[in-house]
Design a protein around this ligand. Structure first.
Ligand code: AHR
Length: 500
């Protein structure tokens, strides 16, 4: 099987905004406690943060980090997590049926972000709380000094404001599982009023209104329309959340999951633009795809993982990812890049231990899941502008998505350095595919890097016992001659090529 790809240097989707490589840290399971934070660990710093985890977060290349939830935020009182640690209350987290010690809160997390070089993206609680708590948190984090709450922050050790730019107006308020969930009409009103008030404090904030928790929600589409009819002029982004998994042994359909993500994006863009045009607005709403990943949700729901004992940091949602999962994840990232003109920001959900690319053991090791690799390589190589390639390839039949192209790809090019990159997946379970890529418009003379994620066992995984079972391999045989890049993609693989 063969494919041809043409890359047109002028087919620019958008300049790359590094926020597309964001991630997500929620107070859930062992993401914070026994994940990024473990005071007794040999590598812990004075705040209790594991430096070995920070090293891998940097290698992963995640940029903007959404915090503190997720479902957790809809019952969270941010004031519990600031001030002297010994005075912080233990609370019940109704979202995950766990206990919250509040030993990590806004100030600690802001310090952690600084150590990782990432931007903090904050979510406010619109489940059990509202405008006042959101404004208080904004004053605490962003006001320079001289007010009650900014002085409190200074007394807590942060002389400089955190200047948080991106704020989520609640989380998944369409979901019946959400503490304080609402109808689209009710949520649209509270979101608009909260946004209006927050922008009265700082008109340059970038606000994310909740879209649907998934495209399978019964309210999908109507929710976005109603919420935006209320809030359009006050917000900048609408969120999308999507999780994928293999179901019923149907690997063919699973490997084409990004087609569903594409449909999701197109539907939300159309809905947002419909509302915008109706309002005669000059503004375009961007998408914040602030939860996306592989999540074996059916299995978690079936196994009734709820922690009835109200434990601290129980093991929850600790999915172990396979090579196939990593290929799908790489393809989802390709899709986000292809839609970067409208998807301005995205967060891989989540970062450590909880449906995460990075795993830890208390007192012990930190390791990379299979999904770590496509994310880290894409974040490192994708620079400059995203280019939409023309792909000429055959299709295969899937039960869920109809006919799916066997190969998907996206390219990036950086005018400043002259470097470029191509990211590809082969969705075929059986065929290697030889792809010839016309890169003559890219001023590329050499292949600087050629890697692939592939294994004869598509279900191979990295585990505590075998942490390096799966890794990147050289994509052998890649050649570049007369402006034509030729590569052979193994079956069920994700690959990246750097050109210079
Ligand atoms: O990421 C796990 C959970 O998935 C989040 O808390 C919630 O927002 C979504 O349902």
């Amino acid at each position: 099987t063969t494919a041809t790809i043409a890359i047109d240097r002028t087919a620019v989707v958008a300049p790359i905004n590094r926020r597309i490589f964001g991630s997500f840290v929620e107070h859930l399971g062992r993401c914070v406690y026994d994940g990024i934070y473990e005071p007794g660990h040999p590598t812990a710093n004075e705040d209790g943060f594991r430096l070995d985890v920070i090293e891998l977060v940097k290698e992963l290349g995640s940029t903007t980090i959404r915090y503190p939830g997720g479902n957790f935020v809809s019952g969270y009182r941010w004031e519990d997590g600031v001030g002297p640690r010994e005075d912080r209350p233990v609370r019940r987290d109704l979202a995950w049926h766990a206990l919250e010690s509040n030993q990590v809160g806004t100030d600690e997390f802001a310090r952690w972000c600084k150590l990782t070089g990432s931007e903090l993206m904050m979510a406010v609680n619109l489940g059990t709380r509202g405008i006042e708590a959101a404004l208080d948190l904004l004053e605490y984090t962003n006001h320079p000094s001289g007010t009650a709450l900014s002085e409190k922050r200074i007394a807590n050790g942060a002389t400089e404001p955190y200047d948080i730019r991106m704020w989520c107006l609640g989380n998944e308020m369409d979901g019946p599982w959400q503490t304080g969930y609402m109808t689209a009409d009710d949520y649209g009103k509270i979101a608009a009023r909260t946004a209006q008030a927050m922008k009265a404090a700082d008109k340059n904030l970038e606000l994310v209104v909740c879209g649907s928790s998934g495209s399978a929600m019964p309210t999908f589409g109507d929710w976005e329309r109603t919420v935006l009819e209320h809030s359009y002029e006050h917000v900048d982004y609408i969120s999308c959340h999507a999780y994928y998994q293999e179901r019923g042994g149907d690997l063919d359909s699973y490997l084409a999951s990004s087609l569903e993500m594409q449909y999701f994006i197109e539907t939300v863009v159309a809905t947002a633009d419909h509302v915008g045009n109706k309002l005669r607005s000059k503004k375009k709403i961007q998408l914040s795809f602030d939860e996306w990943n592989i999540w074996y949700l059916d299995e978690h729901q079936a196994s009734d993982e709820v922690n009835e004992g109200w434990e601290f940091a129980p093991r929850q949602l600790e999915d172990v990812y396979s090579v196939a999962d990593a290929v799908v994840l790489g393809n989802l990232l390709i899709t986000l890049l292809k839609n970067h003109d409208r998807v301005g920001s995205a967060s891989l959900a989540q970062l450590v231990n909880v449906i995460a690319p990075i795993m830890t053991e208390p007192g012990g090791a930190v390791w990379r899941q299979t999904t770590f690799f496509p994310f880290s390589v894409t974040s490192r190589l994708a620079r400059g502008e995203v280019l939409r390639p023309r792909i000429d390839v055959g299709t295969y039949a899937t039960k869920v998505h109809g006919d799916a192209p066997l190969v998907d790809a996206v390219a990036t090019a950086d005018a400043e350095t002259g470097s470029s990159a191509v990211f590809l997946v082969n969705r075929s379970q059986t065929e290697s595919i030889e792809v010839s890529i016309d890169v003559s418009g890219l001023e590329a003379s050499t292949i600087t890097e050629a890697v692939t994620l592939h294994d004869d066992d598509v279900y191979a995984k990295n585990t505590l016992e075998d942490q390096n079972r799966v890794g990147l391999r050289d994509l052998s045989g890649a050649t570049l001659a007369d402006g034509i890049l030729t590569v052979t993609l193994p079956p069920v693989s994700w690959s990246a090529l750097g050109l210079g």
